[in-house]
Design a protein around this ligand. Sequence first.
Ligand SMILES: Nc1ncnc2c1ncn2[C@@H]1O[C@H](COP(=O)(O)OP(=O)(O)O)[C@@H](O)[C@H]1O
Ligand SMILES: [Mg+2]
Length: 288
Amino acid sequence: MNDTRTARHSAKNTTAFELGASKPAAGRVGIEVEKLRVVYDGFIAVADTSFRVNAGESFGIVGESGSGKSTVLRAICGLAPKQAGTVQLLGQSNQALPLPGSKPFRRLVQMVFQDPYGSLHPRQTVDRILAEPLAIHDIGDAELRIERALDEVGLGMGFRFRYPHQLSGGQRQRIAIARALILEPQILLLDEPTSALDASVQAEVLNLLEDLRGKRGLTFIMVSHDLAVVTHMCERLMVMQRGETVELLSAADLAASRVTHEYTRKLMVASTGFRRDAAKPSTQGEPT
Ligand SMILES: Nc1ncnc2c1ncn2[C@@H]1O[C@H](COP(=O)(O)OP(=O)(O)O)[C@@H](O)[C@H]1O
Ligand SMILES: [Mg+2]
Protein backbone atom coordinates (compact mmCIF):
# COMPACT_ATOMS: atom_id res chain seq x y z
CA MET A 1 0.00 0.00 0.00
CA ASN A 2 1.65 3.30 -0.94
CA ASP A 3 1.51 6.46 1.14
CA THR A 4 -0.71 8.40 -1.24
CA ARG A 5 -3.32 5.71 -1.23
CA THR A 6 -3.20 5.35 2.55
CA ALA A 7 -3.73 9.07 2.97
CA ARG A 8 -6.64 9.12 0.52
CA HIS A 9 -8.13 6.09 2.20
CA SER A 10 -8.22 7.67 5.67
CA ALA A 11 -9.54 10.97 4.35
CA LYS A 12 -12.46 9.18 2.69
CA ASN A 13 -13.20 7.18 5.82
CA THR A 14 -13.44 10.34 7.83
CA THR A 15 -15.97 11.68 5.35
CA ALA A 16 -17.98 8.49 5.54
CA PHE A 17 -18.08 8.55 9.32
CA GLU A 18 -19.02 12.23 9.34
CA LEU A 19 -21.99 11.33 7.19
CA GLY A 20 -22.90 8.84 9.85
CA ALA A 21 -23.66 6.14 7.33
CA SER A 22 -20.95 3.73 8.44
CA LYS A 23 -21.67 3.88 12.13
CA PRO A 24 -23.13 0.71 13.60
CA ALA A 25 -26.72 1.30 14.61
CA ALA A 26 -27.36 1.73 18.32
CA GLY A 27 -28.15 -1.70 19.69
CA ARG A 28 -25.98 -4.01 17.68
CA VAL A 29 -27.24 -7.34 16.47
CA GLY A 30 -26.15 -10.89 17.30
CA ILE A 31 -27.64 -14.16 16.18
CA GLU A 32 -28.96 -17.33 17.77
CA VAL A 33 -29.36 -20.65 16.00
CA GLU A 34 -31.33 -23.31 17.82
CA LYS A 35 -31.63 -26.97 16.93
CA LEU A 36 -31.04 -26.31 13.25
CA ARG A 37 -31.58 -29.34 11.04
CA VAL A 38 -31.00 -29.37 7.30
CA VAL A 39 -31.95 -32.39 5.21
CA TYR A 40 -31.21 -32.98 1.52
CA ASP A 41 -33.29 -35.84 0.09
CA GLY A 42 -33.20 -37.76 3.35
CA PHE A 43 -29.53 -36.98 3.98
CA ILE A 44 -29.00 -35.08 7.23
CA ALA A 45 -26.41 -32.40 6.35
CA VAL A 46 -26.85 -30.53 9.65
CA ALA A 47 -28.24 -32.22 12.75
CA ASP A 48 -29.72 -30.19 15.59
CA THR A 49 -27.02 -27.56 15.75
CA SER A 50 -27.31 -24.77 18.30
CA PHE A 51 -25.09 -21.77 18.97
CA ARG A 52 -25.33 -18.13 19.91
CA VAL A 53 -23.14 -15.34 18.63
CA ASN A 54 -23.20 -12.13 20.62
CA ALA A 55 -23.27 -8.73 18.94
CA GLY A 56 -19.79 -7.72 17.86
CA GLU A 57 -18.39 -11.20 18.40
CA SER A 58 -16.51 -13.27 15.84
CA PHE A 59 -17.58 -16.91 15.91
CA GLY A 60 -15.80 -19.65 13.97
CA ILE A 61 -17.10 -22.90 12.49
CA VAL A 62 -14.46 -25.52 11.69
CA GLY A 63 -14.54 -29.09 10.49
CA GLU A 64 -13.38 -31.23 7.62
CA SER A 65 -14.86 -30.90 4.15
CA GLY A 66 -18.47 -32.05 4.03
CA SER A 67 -19.08 -31.60 7.75
CA GLY A 68 -21.94 -29.14 7.16
CA LYS A 69 -20.24 -25.78 7.76
CA SER A 70 -21.45 -24.06 4.60
CA THR A 71 -24.89 -25.55 5.02
CA VAL A 72 -25.23 -23.87 8.42
CA LEU A 73 -24.48 -20.46 6.86
CA ARG A 74 -26.73 -21.13 3.90
CA ALA A 75 -29.58 -22.18 6.16
CA ILE A 76 -29.23 -18.97 8.18
CA CYS A 77 -29.73 -17.02 4.92
CA GLY A 78 -32.61 -19.21 3.80
CA LEU A 79 -30.53 -20.79 1.00
CA ALA A 80 -30.69 -24.36 2.35
CA PRO A 81 -33.75 -26.48 3.18
CA LYS A 82 -34.16 -25.99 6.91
CA GLN A 83 -36.25 -28.85 8.23
CA ALA A 84 -36.30 -27.82 11.87
CA GLY A 85 -34.94 -25.25 14.28
CA THR A 86 -34.91 -21.49 14.54
CA VAL A 87 -32.65 -18.63 13.54
CA GLN A 88 -33.15 -15.46 15.50
CA LEU A 89 -31.49 -12.09 15.46
CA LEU A 90 -30.62 -10.73 18.88
CA GLY A 91 -30.76 -7.02 19.65
CA GLN A 92 -29.50 -5.17 22.68
CA SER A 93 -32.49 -2.88 22.61
CA ASN A 94 -36.17 -3.55 22.14
CA GLN A 95 -36.09 -2.72 18.46
CA ALA A 96 -38.13 -5.08 16.32
CA LEU A 97 -35.74 -7.41 14.50
CA PRO A 98 -36.56 -8.77 11.06
CA LEU A 99 -37.56 -12.33 10.44
CA PRO A 100 -35.12 -14.69 8.69
CA GLY A 101 -35.53 -14.75 4.93
CA SER A 102 -37.14 -11.30 4.80
CA LYS A 103 -35.63 -8.43 2.82
CA PRO A 104 -34.78 -6.46 5.98
CA PHE A 105 -33.05 -9.61 7.32
CA ARG A 106 -30.87 -9.79 4.21
CA ARG A 107 -29.92 -6.19 4.69
CA LEU A 108 -28.69 -6.97 8.19
CA VAL A 109 -27.09 -10.34 7.40
CA GLN A 110 -24.80 -10.63 4.38
CA MET A 111 -22.71 -13.50 3.13
CA VAL A 112 -19.26 -13.67 1.53
CA PHE A 113 -18.50 -16.87 -0.36
CA GLN A 114 -15.26 -18.76 -0.78
CA ASP A 115 -14.95 -18.41 -4.50
CA PRO A 116 -15.10 -14.84 -5.79
CA TYR A 117 -14.92 -16.16 -9.40
CA GLY A 118 -18.21 -17.89 -8.84
CA SER A 119 -19.88 -15.17 -6.82
CA LEU A 120 -19.06 -12.18 -9.05
CA HIS A 121 -20.83 -11.96 -12.40
CA PRO A 122 -18.09 -12.13 -15.08
CA ARG A 123 -19.84 -9.67 -17.42
CA GLN A 124 -20.56 -7.04 -14.81
CA THR A 125 -18.18 -4.24 -13.92
CA VAL A 126 -17.33 -3.62 -10.28
CA ASP A 127 -19.62 -0.60 -10.50
CA ARG A 128 -22.58 -2.73 -11.57
CA ILE A 129 -21.76 -5.45 -9.02
CA LEU A 130 -21.82 -2.87 -6.22
CA ALA A 131 -24.84 -0.95 -7.54
CA GLU A 132 -27.07 -4.02 -7.77
CA PRO A 133 -27.69 -4.63 -4.05
CA LEU A 134 -28.40 -0.90 -3.63
CA ALA A 135 -31.03 -1.05 -6.38
CA ILE A 136 -32.62 -4.20 -4.94
CA HIS A 137 -32.94 -2.57 -1.53
CA ASP A 138 -34.00 0.85 -2.91
CA ILE A 139 -31.02 2.61 -1.41
CA GLY A 140 -29.98 5.94 -2.91
CA ASP A 141 -26.59 7.68 -2.87
CA ALA A 142 -25.12 4.94 -5.06
CA GLU A 143 -22.20 7.10 -6.19
CA LEU A 144 -21.11 7.94 -2.68
CA ARG A 145 -21.67 4.46 -1.34
CA ILE A 146 -19.72 2.79 -4.13
CA GLU A 147 -16.82 5.17 -3.60
CA ARG A 148 -16.86 4.54 0.13
CA ALA A 149 -17.13 0.77 -0.24
CA LEU A 150 -14.17 0.65 -2.64
CA ASP A 151 -12.12 2.75 -0.26
CA GLU A 152 -13.06 0.67 2.74
CA VAL A 153 -11.74 -2.49 1.11
CA GLY A 154 -8.51 -0.74 0.18
CA LEU A 155 -9.11 -0.48 -3.57
CA GLY A 156 -10.44 2.95 -4.50
CA MET A 157 -12.30 4.33 -7.52
CA GLY A 158 -9.59 3.21 -9.96
CA PHE A 159 -11.21 -0.23 -9.76
CA ARG A 160 -14.76 0.93 -10.41
CA PHE A 161 -15.02 0.03 -14.07
CA ARG A 162 -12.96 -3.14 -14.10
CA TYR A 163 -14.37 -6.57 -14.79
CA PRO A 164 -13.70 -9.51 -12.45
CA HIS A 165 -11.19 -11.04 -14.89
CA GLN A 166 -9.15 -7.84 -14.67
CA LEU A 167 -8.67 -8.34 -10.94
CA SER A 168 -6.40 -10.62 -8.92
CA GLY A 169 -7.95 -13.22 -6.62
CA GLY A 170 -7.43 -11.00 -3.58
CA GLN A 171 -8.91 -7.96 -5.33
CA ARG A 172 -11.93 -10.01 -6.36
CA GLN A 173 -12.50 -11.07 -2.80
CA ARG A 174 -12.18 -7.43 -1.69
CA ILE A 175 -14.97 -6.61 -4.19
CA ALA A 176 -17.10 -9.44 -2.77
CA ILE A 177 -16.56 -7.97 0.70
CA ALA A 178 -17.42 -4.47 -0.59
CA ARG A 179 -20.63 -5.83 -2.12
CA ALA A 180 -21.60 -7.37 1.23
CA LEU A 181 -20.73 -4.21 3.16
CA ILE A 182 -22.44 -1.75 0.85
CA LEU A 183 -25.80 -2.55 2.48
CA GLU A 184 -24.28 -1.75 5.88
CA PRO A 185 -25.15 -5.10 7.41
CA GLN A 186 -24.45 -5.89 11.03
CA ILE A 187 -23.66 -9.56 10.58
CA LEU A 188 -21.30 -11.05 8.01
CA LEU A 189 -21.37 -14.76 7.25
CA LEU A 190 -17.97 -15.61 5.82
CA ASP A 191 -17.62 -18.96 4.11
CA GLU A 192 -13.91 -19.77 3.76
CA PRO A 193 -13.39 -16.18 2.60
CA THR A 194 -9.66 -16.61 1.96
CA SER A 195 -9.08 -20.27 1.31
CA ALA A 196 -8.85 -19.78 -2.47
CA LEU A 197 -6.04 -17.22 -1.99
CA ASP A 198 -2.27 -17.48 -1.66
CA ALA A 199 -0.97 -17.35 1.92
CA SER A 200 0.26 -13.73 1.85
CA VAL A 201 -2.91 -12.45 0.15
CA GLN A 202 -4.98 -14.53 2.56
CA ALA A 203 -3.35 -12.74 5.48
CA GLU A 204 -4.02 -9.31 3.95
CA VAL A 205 -7.70 -10.06 3.38
CA LEU A 206 -8.07 -11.48 6.91
CA ASN A 207 -6.49 -8.34 8.33
CA LEU A 208 -8.88 -6.24 6.26
CA LEU A 209 -11.85 -8.19 7.65
CA GLU A 210 -10.57 -7.78 11.18
CA ASP A 211 -10.18 -4.01 10.69
CA LEU A 212 -13.67 -3.72 9.22
CA ARG A 213 -15.18 -5.65 12.11
CA GLY A 214 -13.54 -3.29 14.60
CA LYS A 215 -14.49 -0.17 12.65
CA ARG A 216 -18.09 -1.12 12.01
CA GLY A 217 -18.78 -3.19 15.11
CA LEU A 218 -19.72 -6.14 12.91
CA THR A 219 -20.65 -9.61 14.10
CA PHE A 220 -18.92 -12.43 12.19
CA ILE A 221 -19.60 -16.08 11.66
CA MET A 222 -16.55 -17.39 9.86
CA VAL A 223 -16.30 -20.86 8.37
CA SER A 224 -12.88 -22.34 7.74
CA HIS A 225 -11.25 -25.71 7.48
CA ASP A 226 -8.12 -24.03 8.85
CA LEU A 227 -8.04 -23.91 12.64
CA ALA A 228 -5.16 -21.46 12.66
CA VAL A 229 -7.24 -18.90 10.73
CA VAL A 230 -10.18 -19.29 13.08
CA THR A 231 -7.97 -19.13 16.19
CA HIS A 232 -6.57 -15.87 14.88
CA MET A 233 -9.87 -14.32 13.80
CA CYS A 234 -12.49 -15.61 16.26
CA GLU A 235 -13.20 -15.50 19.97
CA ARG A 236 -15.16 -18.74 20.10
CA LEU A 237 -15.75 -21.57 17.70
CA MET A 238 -17.78 -24.65 16.99
CA VAL A 239 -16.24 -27.88 15.71
CA MET A 240 -18.45 -29.87 13.32
CA GLN A 241 -18.23 -33.44 12.07
CA ARG A 242 -20.75 -35.14 9.78
CA GLY A 243 -23.37 -32.48 10.43
CA GLU A 244 -23.07 -32.62 14.20
CA THR A 245 -21.49 -30.30 16.74
CA VAL A 246 -18.47 -32.01 18.27
CA GLU A 247 -17.61 -29.22 20.67
CA LEU A 248 -17.89 -25.50 21.35
CA LEU A 249 -14.77 -23.86 22.70
CA SER A 250 -12.91 -20.58 22.97
CA ALA A 251 -10.10 -19.71 20.59
CA ALA A 252 -7.85 -19.38 23.66
CA ASP A 253 -8.62 -22.99 24.62
CA LEU A 254 -7.86 -24.11 21.11
CA ALA A 255 -4.60 -22.14 20.97
CA ALA A 256 -3.55 -23.75 24.27
CA SER A 257 -4.65 -27.21 23.01
CA ARG A 258 -7.33 -27.44 25.74
CA VAL A 259 -9.64 -29.54 23.58
CA THR A 260 -11.75 -32.43 24.77
CA HIS A 261 -12.42 -34.34 21.58
CA GLU A 262 -10.07 -36.52 19.59
CA TYR A 263 -11.61 -35.21 16.36
CA THR A 264 -10.65 -31.63 17.25
CA ARG A 265 -7.13 -32.82 18.03
CA LYS A 266 -6.93 -34.47 14.60
CA LEU A 267 -8.09 -31.26 12.94
CA MET A 268 -5.39 -29.38 14.83
CA VAL A 269 -2.73 -31.68 13.45
CA ALA A 270 -4.14 -31.48 9.92
CA SER A 271 -4.55 -27.71 9.91
CA THR A 272 -1.97 -25.60 8.12
CA GLY A 273 -0.30 -22.80 10.05
CA PHE A 274 -1.53 -19.26 9.59
CA ARG A 275 1.48 -16.97 9.51
CA ARG A 276 0.69 -13.54 10.81
CA ASP A 277 4.08 -12.30 9.64
CA ALA A 278 2.89 -12.99 6.10
CA ALA A 279 0.32 -10.27 6.67
CA LYS A 280 2.66 -7.37 6.03
CA PRO A 281 1.08 -5.13 3.41
CA SER A 282 2.96 -4.73 0.17
CA THR A 283 5.01 -1.55 0.10
CA GLN A 284 4.13 -0.37 -3.36
CA GLY A 285 1.62 -0.73 -6.15
CA GLU A 286 -1.93 -1.94 -5.95
CA PRO A 287 -3.25 -4.12 -3.15
CA THR A 288 -3.08 -7.79 -4.03
N1 LIG B 1 -27.45 -28.84 -2.43
C1 LIG B 1 -27.11 -29.99 -1.88
N2 LIG B 1 -27.73 -31.15 -2.19
C2 LIG B 1 -27.40 -32.33 -1.63
N3 LIG B 1 -26.44 -32.47 -0.69
C3 LIG B 1 -25.78 -31.36 -0.32
C4 LIG B 1 -26.07 -30.07 -0.88
N4 LIG B 1 -25.24 -29.17 -0.31
C5 LIG B 1 -24.47 -29.86 0.56
N5 LIG B 1 -24.79 -31.16 0.56
C6 LIG B 1 -24.16 -32.21 1.37
O1 LIG B 1 -24.22 -31.80 2.72
C7 LIG B 1 -23.01 -32.12 3.40
C8 LIG B 1 -22.43 -30.89 4.00
O2 LIG B 1 -21.99 -30.02 2.96
P1 LIG B 1 -21.34 -28.61 3.25
O3 LIG B 1 -22.17 -27.85 4.21
O4 LIG B 1 -21.07 -27.99 1.93
O5 LIG B 1 -19.95 -29.02 3.95
P2 LIG B 1 -18.68 -28.14 4.31
O6 LIG B 1 -19.00 -26.74 4.01
O7 LIG B 1 -18.40 -28.43 5.74
O8 LIG B 1 -17.58 -28.67 3.44
C9 LIG B 1 -22.10 -32.79 2.37
O9 LIG B 1 -22.19 -34.19 2.51
C10 LIG B 1 -22.67 -32.32 1.06
O10 LIG B 1 -22.44 -33.27 0.05
MG1 LIG C 1 -18.08 -25.43 2.64
